[in-house]
Design a binder for this molecule. Sequence first.
Ligand SMILES: NC(=O)c1ccc[n+]([C@@H]2O[C@H](COP(=O)([O-])OP(=O)(O)OC[C@H]3O[C@@H](n4cnc5c(N)ncnc54)[C@H](OP(=O)(O)O)[C@@H]3O)[C@@H](O)[C@H]2O)c1
Length: 165
Amino acid sequence: MQKIIIAAVTKNNVLGNDGKIPWHSEEELKHFKRTTVGFPVIMGRKTWEAIGNPLPGRLNIVVTGNPDYAIPFHEVIIFNSLKSAVDFCSSAKREKVFFIGGAQIYEQAIESADKIILSVMNFETEGDLFFVKVDESKWLLNSTENHTDFAVHHYIRKPDLKLIG
Ligand SMILES: NC(=O)c1ccc[n+]([C@@H]2O[C@H](COP(=O)([O-])OP(=O)(O)OC[C@H]3O[C@@H](n4cnc5c(N)ncnc54)[C@H](OP(=O)(O)O)[C@@H]3O)[C@@H](O)[C@H]2O)c1
């Protein structure tokens, strides 16, 4: 199963501000939907609360450390650890799983993800939440697609030379 981070940031790496995404791009949202529809999406509890509704056409998975956390939508599954959410998707033989945020989820998922699909908007904004650093010794920028408001960078994990050699 491919584990894929998908995120959107500004040129200055802002992910969010005051609990929200501080821009709106229909084109970027379409790219997000096109890429993730049909696959499970894993999000942190704060991102779930910012979205507020299940994303259609995808298995929505929310992680929280609170064992009593409840969500009034039967199609949303809750796990109390990121690992148990990923293990569930893997045992269900899903081809891909997407980590869709927020910052806390990206910081943990980047340790084991296979790919990063990162939209970089064509502007800067103020923000209080930033995307985790993409370490160029571990990640290769494989391709970039240009859109009107943003560019999509596709990173793949470099092979672990220590394991090979
Ligand atoms: N620009 C983008 O692409 C993008 C995408 C998504 C979200 N965002 C923005 O990001 C912000 C939210 O990000 P955030 O970093 O503050 O929060 P988050 O990652 O969405 O959620 C954090 C919460 O997830 C739960 N959690 C995290 N790791 C866990 C683990 N290993 N096991 C169990 N539960 C775990 C905890 O919930 P409990 O506190 O309940 O235990 C934690 O407080 C929002 O502003 C949102 O709009 C931006």
